[in-house]
Design a protein. Structure first.
Length: 502
């Protein structure tokens, strides 16, 4: 695949359930560090100016609102924050407004708060390629910051310790929902998000319904997200044309075109990785462990990892176009994959490992995966259609090319790659989605209000439930909200929760 792909933009518009052995570690830990729902809000601070100046006038700018929340007193034109609960920074601005941080970096966030935008297409916070956007840091009690319903663009993380859009340090947590991250850059690691903890004091993040496009990291890796001693959950999100631009040096093949996870726990569910790029290892995702005291976990479920590039210059300092997992001997790390499509990724080096490779550890297949080429992972993913594990696995001489439609907005908040009923390798009805009640778009079978949509033309394999392999379900539709529980509260799934009761 040519690097020109990175310039494309989407059009507008029953196996044993081993899964429960590892994934709860990620889910429980993330819930503890990055609680999805805050206590009752203490104060509302309304930003009514797109300026980023700090002037004692009647207007409230974004930097002034952060100071008011941090210090719990009225600041210039902003209402006072409160010492209890979560302050809520909201915006009273014209539709489609842009706040451009050109004068100076925004103040660091030092208290728990929510930044609530009017919608990702209604408000952009822009770093003008000069400034990092938000830094979450506190020297006292750990805090949680929630950011939702806006776009963060062109943040520039200068130096080794800053991500392009948001930086979170040890003990603190970040929750982002329905946020677009576009063209953010970090000179080190974490083009969009940099989540860095310490041994015994991790940082945490929850990412839901977000879109990462064209973000870029330097030698640290993680074109979109960099994790180090962190606990992270990524759900229903898309990563497109993110990259690590710096060449590996000194034999260290940092990478992770979309995500780099170092000594961290990472749970990826119902998400899409497409067209991401690195000169190092893991065009889509790199998981690396060399801290024996860090109990690292990688879990990937119901996701699509397609046409990403690793070792982009073919010099063999990196490898693996899809997912690379590397563990130092003696380090504890568990990895598992279920109902996930990993195919047509590219490794142009002399030892071609296109889709998935593990070093220094093993990997558990929980079944119903599709792996296009099993070079280097034949022990864990023997060829077959299906094999004894219920996976569909190709080889170098006989690869599997799944039938997917164009990358676009096929409903839902993020662009995706839908499965097709035509082509050489359909993935329809070949999967089993144990725990996801909807696909990446939030779509379900309207007859059952659950994800699997049975297509009579495609017989289900042994142990399957009619779910399609990957992040998207063919034939699914938006859930029916006409019933008495129209807010979706009873499902426990936040994507269905409305702002008001039915």
């Amino acid at each position: 695949m040519s690097r020109a792909l990175r310039n494309r933009r989407p059009s507008p518009a029953p196996r044993r359930r081993q899964f429960r052995r590892l994934a709860p570690l990620a889910l429980v830990a993330v819930a503890a560090l990055a609680a999805p729902y805050a206590p009752a809000r203490a104060a509302t601070i309304t930003v009514d100016s797109v300026e980023t100046s700090v002037v004692n006038d009647a207007l409230c700018t974004l930097p002034e609102a952060i100071v008011a929340a941090n210090e719990n007193f009225p600041y210039n034109g902003c209402a006072a924050g409160s010492a209890t609960g979560f302050d809520d920074i909201v915006f009273d601005l014209p539709p489609g407004a842009t706040i451009t941080a050109t004068i100076a970096p925004l103040p660091a966030i030092r208290s728990s708060l929510t930044i609530s935008g009017p919608g990702r297409d209604q408000l952009v916070i822009d770093g003008d390629n000069l400034q990092p956007l938000f830094v979450v840091e506190t020297a006292a009690e750990p805090i949680t910051v929630q950011i939702r319903d806006l776009t963060l663009a062109r943040g520039h993380g200068q130096g080794p310790g800053r991500g392009g859009a948001v930086t979170v340090l040890a003990g603190d947590a970040l929750v982002v929902r329905r946020v677009d991250f576009r063209q953010n850059v970090a000179e080190s690691g974490g083009g969009a998000l940099r989540i860095v903890g310490a041994a015994g004091l991790p940082a945490g993040t929850t990412v839901e319904d977000c879109y990462f496009e064209g973000n870029e990291a330097g030698a640290g890796g993680g074109g979109a997200i960099f994790l180090d001693h962190a606990i992270a959950q990524v759900r229903r999100s898309t990563f497109f044309t993110n990259e690590t631009a710096a060449e590996p040096s000194g034999g260290v093949a940092r990478g992770g075109g979309a995500i780099a996870s170092y000594d961290s726990t990472l749970n990826v569910r119902t998400s899409t990785f497409y067209g991401n790029f690195t000169f190092g290892s893991g065009g889509a995702l790199l998981a690396f462990s060399n801290d024996p005291f860090s109990p690292d976990v990688l879990s990937i479920t119901d996701s699509t990892i397609f046409e990403n590039v690793g070792d982009g210059d073919g010099d063999d300092l990196g490898n693996v176009g899809g997912v690379a997992i590397a563990v130092f001997p003696g380090d504890p790390m568990s990895a598992e994959i279920q109902n996930t499509l990993i195919a047509k990724n590219v490794d142009p080096g002399s030892t071609q490992l296109p889709d998935l490779f593990v070093s220094g550890t093993g990997i558990d297949s929980l079944g119903h995966n599709l792996v296009g080429v099993n070079a280097g992972i034949e022990f864990w993913f023997p060829a077959g259609g299906p094999n004894a594990n219920g996976d569909y696995v190709g080889t170098v001489s006989s690869p599997l090319h799944p039938s997917l439609g164009p990358f676009d907005f096929w409903g839902g908040p993020t662009p995706v790659l839908p499965p097709l009923a035509t082509g050489s390798t359909p993935v329809i009805d070949l999967g089993h989605c144990w725990d996801d009640s909807y696909d990446q778009r939030g779509y379900v079978d309207p007859a059952t209000n659950r994800r699997p949509v049975d297509d009579p033309a495609f017989p289900e394999p042994t142990g399957g439930d009619g779910c399609d392999i990957g992040a998207v379900e063919a034939g699914a539709e938006p859930p029916d909200t006409s019933a008495i529980f129209a807010d979706g509260f009873e499902t426990g799934d936040t994507i269905r929760w409305s702002a008001v009761a039915p």
